[in-house]
Design a protein around this ligand. Structure first.
Ligand SMILES: [Zn+2]
Ligand SMILES: [Zn+2]
Length: 174
């Protein structure tokens, strides 16, 4: 379910990137999209490596499911505007350039969000997969630590014999 939502978020990122490309008349540029379970209170962030020019936008996979509207209309354009700012200037902040990109994306240039971060602030969620049925299982930090010590501590409801195996965060590149 979460993966489906992440796929929709990726589409939304592409939508805003295309919008920015047409208003600034810029060519296709590489932008990696990632989802992290460890962003804490941040809804998203945008990273830029000046040596390589690599741009990465990362979204909080813990907050996304409960805040879809905010993500699609605020967080995603916010980070895409940073990505475009990095592409155009090699740097980004919340100043005039970023604000005008936000304006061109039809988004409100707000710096912060007001989502409920209780779930994500507690050290995040860790993503596991059921060995038998491949269902996604999200564990909080305490259960995650227990499972690290004893891999038989928790199993999925589908079978008592199954193990939960850690999975990489869902990562998708454009
Ligand atoms: Zn920002
Ligand atoms: Zn299962």
């Amino acid at each position: 379910m979460n993966f489906e939502l992440q796929k929709q978020a990726v589409e939304r990122v592409k939508y805003y990137i295309d919008l920015a490309r047409s208003s600034y008349n810029i060519p296709r540029f590489d932008c990696t999209i990632e989802f992290s379970y460890k962003l804490g209170r941040s809804a998203g962030l945008c990273k830029f490596k000046s040596k390589t020019g690599k741009i990465t936008v990362i979204f909080n996979a813990v907050l996304l499911p409960d805040n879809k509207e905010d993500f699609f209309n605020a967080t995603i354009p916010h980070e895409v505007a940073h990505a475009v700012d990095f592409y155009l200037r090699g740097k980004s902040d919340h100043g005039r350039n970023w604000q005008s990109i936000m304006f061109n994306l039809g988004a409100n240039p707000k710096r912060t969000h007001d989502m409920d971060t209780r779930k994500s602030a507690k050290g995040g969620l860790f993503l596991y997969k059921c060995e038998v049925c491949s269902a996604e299982v999200e564990l909080g930090k305490i259960r995650h630590n227990r499972l690290q010590k004893d891999p038989t501590k928790y199993s999925h409801a589908c079978s008592r014999a199954t193990r939960l195996v850690p999975t990489l965060n869902f990562i998708k590149s454009l």
